[in-house]
Design a protein around this ligand. Sequence first.
Ligand SMILES: *Cc1c(COP(=O)(O)O)cnc(C)c1O
Length: 433
Amino acid sequence: MDIKKLKTAHREVAKMAECKEIFWTNPKAGDEKKLPFNMEDICEAEARLKRFAPYIAKAFPETAVSGGIIESELVEIPEMKKELENMCGEFGGRLFLKCDSNLPVSGSIKARGGIYEVLKFAEEVAIKAGMLSTEGDYSILTEPRFRELFSTYSVAVGSTGNLGLSIGIISAKLGFKVTVHMSADARQWKKDLLRSKGVTVVEYPDDYQKAVAEGRKEAASDPYCHFVDDEASQDLFMGYSVAARRIGAQFEKLGITVDDEHPLFVYIPCGVGGAPGGVAFGLKEVYGENAHIFFAEPTHAPCMTLSMITGLKNEIAVSDIGLDGKTEADGLAVGRASVLVSDVMETLLDGCYTIEDNRLYPFLARLADTEDIFIEPSSCASFPGPSLVSADAEWLEARGLTDKMKNATHILWATGGSMVPEDEMRSYYECGR
Ligand SMILES: *Cc1c(COP(=O)(O)O)cnc(C)c1O
């Protein structure tokens, strides 16, 4: 790979190699392209989650209030908007936070895709055993005979942390044997919590990619093992995408309009790409060209940004441009992007930007001070987004958005936080102060 050539061809890549922050808009956004999924796939995933709702409500009583549907609030954060404008620059419209940081069961966006994939596997196993039908009441899955059935199967996953939490918690609850392969940079409390639930945690001194590779290898040799592949799973992707089918009702309640005159902007932190990719795909299916999606990554691990700018997908890693992939935003510490997501996002994503680790904490503290909402550092990577987009007059003009920005709805997608132990969160907060 000729890195020198890449740097000359893309000035952003040269800046990224120096660990500098960049903002990039995608020239291919809106181009025609045949996608591997469609609205039907999203609806199928949504229907499956509805079938499981009676089980979820029973197995996780905290979800009973929402009828066993794992969903998060969308809240307006006007005080944080003022802070953000002071810190990063003014922008028109209203600012909201999508609180996936508070998702029940596992406290991060992984409660969408991760739980969905394990439920789908459980459904297959139970139907094949003749013990469940798609028309039946899924709350029977809490019965001991199902735990017995599932205990003959195992689930494995490689994870930087939050995916491991989701897969571990739901798999152990259903009765699967479950192994989480974790990279060394995963937080200790996540490992402890999983072990307390009977999950086998295997630690690797190397990075996340190594953990995934080991998990995949172990699973490949065992026909009774289902491996959740963060780099390539379509099930994970579809689970995330369902968010887009549910957010419309929240828009209605909050008086949010999305149409030709009222653009929607969504800013999501990105690791390997599955979670933000799935949400973005869903939103583009539902809201089309009125939805504008941007991904945010740390300057030390901008794998999707690199993939998108160079068009090289998973053939390029951040180490190829001399970056170490190390970041305090542990949910985003990924060196190589998912090829599946890179491919789907090629024409759907409006752009990417990167942020230095030390800027995450002040956002975390300001959000706590102004809105009393606590989220993890990874979750804060998206915060400069509305200001960055609004400052790019040329891009806004080219996309016919200049006069519409006063009507814009900006959503910062908070991806994790509620499971972080209190003392750990306090130290993040103090750091940000
Ligand atoms: C996993 C995660 C992300 C990004 O999701 P990917 O699928 O890895 O791109 C963002 N924030 C948090 C807190 C996460 O746990």
